[in-house]
Design a protein around this ligand. Structure first.
Ligand code: NAD
Ligand code: DAU
Length: 332
C-alpha cells in the first residue's frame, strides 16, 4: 500500500483518478489543489475518510509541498491550467502553474526521492492533417501550437531533465482528449451537453471538421495507475483508446441523444491556431505494460456522460453563466 499525492485532484481528470484509485486499490490519497475556477471540492464528496485527505494549497508553495512530500511515497501530478482558449487570452497563469508549479514539485521530489508521475497531453506534438494516416507515438517530435500546449511541453522537458541530471524517479504520460463526469462546462463536450439542456444551440468552432481522439477518464485513470505501478523510470507512455471523431459528429451524437434535430447547432468564430487533428498510437503502453481500455463504443460512454450531466445540474449549474459570459465576449 502506498501514500499517493494527487495534485489537481479537484479538477476533472484528477478527481476521476482519485475515485478510481480509492475504489480499485488499497492506496491512500492526499489531494493538493488550489481550487481555482476549475477545481471543485464537491467532485471529491463521499470518499472514505480513513484513506483520503484534502489539502487546499498551491503547487508553487515550496514549504507546503516539502511538508507533504516528506510523508508520502508517490505523487501523480495533474494540476495545471488546462484550457487552450483561456491560454490565448491570458497566458501568464499557464506559465506560473504549468512551468513554475512543476519545477517546485520536481525539486521536492528530488529532495525526498519520491516516485513522480507527470500527467501530460498529446497536444505537445502539435497536430496532424485530417487525411494523414499517421498517429502520434513516443518518438514524434514536440511541436506545440498554443500557450497551453507549449507550457505542457516545457513541463515535460523539465521532468526529463530532472530524471537525467538529478535521478528523480519519474515517468510521463501524454493522453488524448478525455470525456466523462466532473468536466468543467468550458470544455467542448460538457459545454454542448449543458447548452442543449438549457435550451441553447451547441457552438462549433470553424467548420466543425477538427478531429479529437476521445478516451473515457476511467480508461485514462487505469492507464496512469498501470504506469505508476509498472512503468520504467525515465520513460514516456502515450495513452489513447482509438476514439477519433470530428467535432461535428460529436455534436450530432449529443443532439440525437437529447432528442433534438442533429443540425440544431451554430458555427462560430474559430479558435486562433486551432489544431486540426490529434491521434494516438498507444501500442507501447499496451504491449510493454499490458494495458487495455475498458470503454468500447464512444457513443455509449458519451450517452452515460450525458446522463451524468442531466442528473447533476447542482454540480455544473453554478459554473455555466460565467463560462458562457467568457465565450460571448470572444464571439464564441
Ligand atoms: P482541470 O482544469 O479540470 O483541473 C485542473 C485542477 O488543477 C483544478 O482542480 C485546479 O484547481 C488545480 N490547479 C490549478 N492550478 C493549481 C495550482 N497552482 N496549484 C494547485 N492546484 C492547481 O484540468 P483537467 O482537464 O482535469 O486536466 C488535468 C491534467 O491532465 C492537466 O495536466 C492536463 O494538461 C492533463 N490532460 C488533460 C486532458 C483533457 O482532455 N482534459 C488530456 C490529456 C492531459
Ligand atoms: O488533447 C488533450 C487536450 O484536450 C488537453 O490537453 C486539454 O487540457 C483539453 O482541454 C483538451 O484540449 P482541446 O482544445 O482539444 O479541448 P476543448 O474541449 O477545448 O475542445 C475540443 C474541440 O472542440 C476542439 O477542436 C475545439 C472544439 N470546440 C471547443 C469548444 C469549447 C468547439 O468546436 N466548440 C466549443 O464550444
Amino acid at each position: 500500500m502506498s501514500r499517493i499525492i494527487v495534485t489537481g485532484g479537484a479538477g476533472f481528470i484528477g478527481s476521476n483518478f482519485v475515485h478510481y484509485v480509492l475504489a480499485n486499490t488499497d492506496h491512500s490519497v492526499t489531494v493538493l489543489d488550489a481550487l481555482t475556477y476549475a477545481g471543485n471540492r464537491a467532485s471529491l464528496d463521499g470518499l472514505p475518510a480513513d484513506r483520503f485527505e484534502f489539502v487546499h494549497g498551491d503547487i508553487r508553495d515550496a514549504a507546503l509541498v516539502d511538508e507533504l512530500f516528506a510523508r508520502h511515497d508517490a505523487v501523480v501530478h495533474y494540476a495545471a491550467e488546462s484550457h487552450n482558449d483561456n491560454s490565448l487570452h491570458d497566458p501568464r497563469p499557464f506559465l506560473e502553474t504549468n512551468i513554475i508549479g512543476t519545477y517546485t514539485l520536481l525539486e521536492a521530489a528530488r529532495k525526498h526521492d519520491i516516485r513522480f508521475h507527470h500527467i501530460s497531453t498529446d497536444e505537445v506534438y502539435g497536430d496532424l492533417e485530417l487525411d494523414d494516416p499517421s498517429r502520434f507515438s513516443e518518438s514524434t517530435p514536440y511541436n506545440p501550437s498554443s500557450p497551453y500546449s507549449s507550457t505542457k511541453a516545457g513541463s515535460d522537458l523539465l521532468v526529463r531533465a530532472w530524471v537525467r541530471s538529478f535521478g528523480v524517479r519519474a515517468t510521463i504520460s501524454n493522453c488524448s482528449n478525455n470525456y466523462g463526469p466532473y468536466q468543467h462546462v468550458e470544455k467542448f463536450i460538457p459545454r454542448q451537453i449543458t447548452n442543449v439542456l438549457t435550451g441553447v444551440r451547441p457552438k462549433l468552432y470553424g467548420t466543425g471538421e477538427n478531429v479529437r481522439d476521445w478516451i473515457h477518464a476511467d480508461d485514462h485513470s487505469s492507464a496512469v495507475l498501470t504506469i505508476l505501478e509498472k512503468g520504467v523510470i525515465g520513460e514516456t507512455y502515450l495513452i489513447g483508446a482509438d476514439g477519433e471523431h470530428n467535432n461535428k459528429a460529436v455534436v450530432e451524437l449529443i443532439l440525437a441523444e437529447l432528442g433534438q434535430p442533429t443540425d440544431a447547432y451554430d458555427l462560430v468564430r474559430d479558435r486562433p491556431g486551432h489544431d486540426l487533428r490529434y491521434a494516438i498510437d498507444s501500442t507501447r503502453l499496451r504491449t510493454e505494460l499490458g494495458w487495455q481500455p475498458s470503454f468500447g463504443v464512444f457513443a455509449a460512454g458519451l450517452a452515460a456522460t450525458i446522463g451524468w450531466y442531466r442528473d447533476n445540474e447542482s454540480w455544473w449549474g453554478p459554473q455555466k453563466a460565467a463560462a458562457e459570459a467568457r465565450y460571448a465576449a470572444q464571439g464564441q
